[in-house]
Design a protein. Structure first.
Length: 261
């Protein structure tokens, strides 16, 4: 039986057909890749448009709040990831307050000349630090009072205490016109600390009054409430004072307040 010979032209047609098929396949693959890429890009655009549409429905204060919350989270994260960065932020600052503020220098987180605090300290003690503050000339002053102020009964309501804070801040600002003053909320008492004074459970009321006053007067207010609640395990046994590891979170929260202002 004779073998069938394949003509040169048939072989050439087969090669051409194969080549065309490969070209078509490559074109289809390229088209598919481009289509998929375009689809992914369109999805990104659609998401972006949706986000912008969402922002359009928000007011400016809500958008600003979202940004501030992100910044606050970033600052608080530094307390665990890079504690030295937290403390370096206080190079041109001064911290004033009571026994809880004393820990900033006692535990050697900040230099003693930048921490003006004492056990039993009250907001009305500010004038005694005027000369020291003028010599230091800080860019930022953090006020960390309140525990003793609530306990001594001179200001039975949060509004009365807020009015005293307003008076003291205004006087301090007159002495240090170039400094930015930050009023810290009062660290809450926890556990047995709530039983140490009948007014300690009302610290939240005082903080709300201070916050309202600060907003009305244009002062910078730092709310430590959530931070303190998240780190209740770092309080001393008395439920009033705090352990050394607490201070980095407190300081980071202050810096978050600075960035928000």
């Amino acid at each position: 039986m004779k073998k069938r010979k394949v003509s040169p032209q048939s072989g050439k047609k087969w090669m051409i057909l194969t080549a065309v098929t490969l070209v078509v396949a490559v074109v289809l693959i390229v088209f598919f890749i481009q289509w998929r890429s375009a689809r992914e890009e369109q999805e990104k655009v659609d998401k972006g448009v949706a986000y912008l549409t969402k922002l359009e429905k928000q007011n400016v204060s809500e958008i600003g709040k979202s940004i501030d919350e992100i910044r606050a989270e970033q600052n608080l994260a530094l307390a665990d990831s890079d504690e030295s960065a937290v403390w370096s932020s206080f190079e041109n600052a001064a911290v004033l307050g009571d026994s809880r503020a004393v820990g900033f220098s006692f535990h050697e987180f900040l230099p003693e000349d930048r921490v003006m605090a004492q056990g039993g300290g009250k907001i009305t003690d500010l004038p005694q630090y005027y000369d020291q503050l003028k010599a230091l000339n800080p860019k930022a002053v953090f006020l960390c009072f309140g525990l003793n102020d609530v306990g001594i009964g001179l200001w039975p309501t949060g509004e009365e205490y807020a009015a005293e804070c307003d008076k003291q801040i205004a006087a301090l600002q007159a002495e240090l016109p170039d400094a930015t003053i930050y009023l810290n909320s009062i660290l809450p008492a926890v556990g047995v600390g709530l039983e140490a004074d009948p007014d300690y459970p009302r610290i939240g009321e005082y903080n709300e009054a201070m916050k309202t006053m600060a907003e009305e007067k244009g002062y910078h207010f730092i709310d430590n409430t959530q931070m303190a609640q998240e780190h209740q395990d770092l309080y001393q046994e008395d439920g009033l004072h705090v352990q050394p590891d607490f201070y980095k979170y407190w300081a980071a929260n202050m810096m978050a307040g600075v960035n928000e202002s």
